[in-house]
Design a binder for this molecule. Structure first.
Ligand SMILES: Cc1cc2nc3c(=O)[nH]c(=O)nc-3n(C[C@H](O)[C@H](O)[C@H](O)COP(=O)(O)O)c2cc1C
Length: 281
């Protein structure tokens, strides 16, 4: 399995960027990203589509910041497994874009009516009404294929950060829980190989809505199979689709194991209303 970007340094340098230069992505870079999107290989079936779209340089879509001209949407059905696969596959695209010098931000609470105007994708007008107070695609599982999350693709405008954004960046970005805090059974830590710890370290650096880091890790008796899922009954006050985030975290762990020379097996299934990813070496 070859991954076409430096795994660790790309994961370490990715940050959610909420301030963009109002210039489009250079054509050769955009072409590379589009080619990558077509060629993404993952060792499981999926129905995720990556759609690129243009937007106006207003705050109508992201509401807290102006859109740069280039953006990407991750499309799928809205069941638990499909949205978790959006996290996995979307993160590969995000990391590839970061490795090409672009800035990104996973976005679940975009303005659905504005997205539909920029990139018509809904199957019926009623679907607009399902968005949660106008934001995101819906509160839970719903009909049809939808844009699950979107991201800007552009260049960081470092001078443009408002004080509040600087504060937020400092407060909610970067900070991550330690691996030990993320284990279902904390005693497992002593049994983990250096390679598994390396992969979990990349997993814990995954982005999550509100930086909630709702992933928890469990193992089989050989400690060569990692289960990634949110705790049973987990609820996030403001984010309705945490299984997306679980897919992102599973992607980082899978990449970490590939970086250590393994060809990991990977499956995902639904258990107690959660997506459970199982990654084995
Ligand atoms: C699935 C998902 C949805 C997100 N939705 C939003 C959003 O609607 N608005 C926003 O400002 N940030 C959003 N974020 C970005 C997170 O706030 C950010 O990833 C987290 O605070 C960690 O910071 P970092 O990405 O810089 O490491 C989202 C992240 C994920 C993974």
């Amino acid at each position: 399995m070859t991954i076409s970007f430096q795994i660790k340094s790309t994961i370490d340098s990715r940050r959610s960027v909420r301030s963009y230069k109002m210039t489009g992505v250079e054509k050769d870079v955009m072409d590379e990203i589009k080619d990558y999107a077509k060629s993404i290989y993952v060792p499981f079936d999926h129905n995720v589509e990556i759609k690129f779209f243009k937007s106006n340089q207003t705050k109508a879509l992201y509401t807290i910041m102006k859109s740069p001209p280039d953006n990407v949407a991750f499309m799928a059905e809205t069941d638990i497994i499909s949205i978790s696969k959006v996290g996995f596959i979307g993160e590969l695209l995000i990391l590839f874009a970061v490795s090409k010098g672009l800035s990104t931000c996973w976005y679940g609470h975009y303005k659905l009516s504005e997205l539909e105007r920029l990139m018509p994708h809904l199957q019926t007008p009623e679907q607009i009404k399902e968005s949660n107070m106008g934001y995101g695609y819906a509160k839970g599982v719903t009909t049809g294929r939808r844009a699950i999350c979107i991201s800007p693709l552009g260049y960081h405008e470092s001078g443009g950060l408002r004080l509040i954004d600087r504060f937020q960046n400092k407060q909610i970005s970067f900070k991550r829980k330690e691996i030990k805090e993320l284990l279902v059974n904390p005693d497992d830590y002593e049994k983990l190989s250096d390679d598994v710890i390396y992969a979990l370290d990349l997993g814990r650096k995954a982005p999550s809505a509100g930086n909630a880091q709702m992933w928890r890790f469990a193992f089989d008796e050989t400690y060569r199979t990692i289960n990634v899922a949110m705790p049973e009954g987990y609820r996030h006050l403001k984010w309705e689709h945490p299984n997306v985030d679980i897919g992102i975290c599973a992607c980082h762990i899978w990449l970490g194991l590939i970086d250590k020379g393994y060809n990991p097996k990977i499956t995902v299934h639904e258990e107690s209303n959660r997506a459970v990813w199982r990654i084995s070496i």
